[in-house]
Design a protein around this ligand. Structure first.
Ligand code: FE2
Length: 299
C-alpha cells in the first residue's frame, strides 16, 4: 500500500511539473482549411490568436507570438483575454509587432478588464467563473490595450460591425464584447450580414451558444471565439472536462460546424496562455491557429 501511495505521489508531482514547466511553454500552431469562400476566390490566411493572459515575464510566449508573423497571414483575429497585468499592454503590443501592420480585428475578454486573482480550480468544475468579474470594477488598462490595437489600424468589434477588403475580397464582420460578464450587446450588431460580401465573420470572446445561434442565423459564415482554453487541464483519451461556458465539451477547441448540422463554421481557440494563478496546461497545449479559407465545395 505504501509503495502504491509513493508511486502515486511521484507520478502526480511529475504531472504537475510537466504541466507547469513544459506544456505551458510548448506552443502549437494548428492549421485548418475552411471552405467558406465564394467559387473562384483566392485562399485567405487568417491567424486566430486568443487568451494570451500576458504577464511581463513571459518572454517565451512573447517571442512565439512575434514569430507568428512569419506565417504571412492576410488577417489577424484576436479574440481577447490578452493581458493579465497592468504592465502587459506594452508587452503585448511589442509582441504583436509586425502583426499589427497587417489587417486585424479584435474583441476584448473579461480578463482584459480585470486583473486575475487566485481561484480554487474546482470552482470551474462547479460553475462558470463570471461572478467575480461582474461584481467588480475594471482594474486593468483595457482602454490602452484597445487604443493600441486601434491605432495600428485593427478594428474593434466589441458590439460593433466592421468591413474590410483584403485581396479584392469584401469581408463583413461583426463582434460582441464578452458574454461571460454580460457585456455582449448583440442587438447592436443584429440583422442579416451583408449578402454582397464575399465572406462574413462573427467574432466573440466566449462561444456562448445563444450568440453562436444568432451569428449563424444572421448569415455569418465563420465564427471565431476563445475563452475555453480548450479545458486547459484535460484528461488524455477523454479530453476537455469543462468549457467555462454553455458550449459542449466536444467543441471546446478546434473547427466544427455551428449548429453541429448547420452551415456556419466555428473555430474555438484553446488559447496561448493561462491565468498566472493557474500556470499549468495538461493534454491541451497552448496554441494559435492558421485558418486557410478556401472556396466552398460547389455541391
Ligand atoms: Fe482566457
Amino acid at each position: 500500500m505504501r509503495t502504491v501511495l509513493q508511486a502515486t505521489a511521484v507520478a502526480s508531482a511529475a504531472a504537475v511539473g510537466y504541466a507547469v514547466a513544459i506544456e505551458r511553454n510548448w506552443f502549437a500552431l494548428r492549421r485548418f482549411e475552411v471552405p467558406v469562400l465564394p467559387a473562384g476566390a483566392e485562399p485567405l490566411r487568417v491567424l486566430h490568436i486568443s487568451d494570451a493572459h500576458l504577464t511581463p515575464g513571459r518572454h517565451r510566449l512573447m517571442s512565439w507570438i512575434r514569430s507568428l508573423d512569419d506565417l504571412d497571414p492576410d488577417l489577424v483575429v484576436n479574440t481577447g483575454d490578452s493581458i493579465a497585468h497592468p504592465a502587459s499592454v506594452r508587452c503585448l503590443l511589442d509582441s504583436l509587432g509586425p502583426l499589427l501592420d497587417r489587417p486585424g480585428v479584435f474583441v476584448l475578454g473579461a480578463n482584459d478588464l480585470h486583473a486575475p486573482t487566485p481561484k480554487n480550480p474546482m470552482r470551474y468544475i462547479r460553475a462558470p467563473s463570471s461572478v467575480w468579474h461582474e461584481r467588480n470594477e475594471p482594474n486593468l488598462p483595457w482602454e490602452k490595450l484597445r487604443d493600441g490595437m486601434v491605432a495600428a489600424g485593427w478594428l474593434d468589434l466589441d458590439n460593433q460591425r466592421g468591413k474590410l477588403t483584403i485581396g479584392g475580397l469584401d469581408i463583413a464582420l461583426a463582434g460582441v464584447h464578452d458574454s461571460h460578464v454580460r457585456r455582449d450587446r448583440y442587438e447592436l450588431v443584429a440583422g442579416p450580414a451583408d449578402p454582397a460580401a464575399g465572406l462574413r465573420i462573427g467574432v466573440m470572446h466566449s462561444p456562448e451558444p445563444r450568440l453562436l445561434d444568432r451569428f449563424a442565423a444572421d448569415g455569418y459564415d465563420l465564427l471565431l471565439a476563445g475563452h475555453t482554453h480548450g479545458g486547459q487541464l484535460c484528461l488524455p483519451w477523454y479530453g476537455t472536462l469543462v468549457t467555462n461556458c454553455g458550449l459542449d465539451r466536444k467543441r471546446a477547441r478546434g473547427l466544427h460546424r455551428h449548429p453541429p448540422d448547420g452551415r456556419a463554421w466555428l473555430h474555438v481557440s484553446a488559447g496561448l496562455g493561462t491565468s498566472p494563478w493557474a500556470p499549468a496546461r495538461f493534454a491541451c497545449r497552448p496554441e494559435a491557429s492558421l485558418l486557410t479559407l478556401v472556396a466552398r465545395d460547389p455541391s
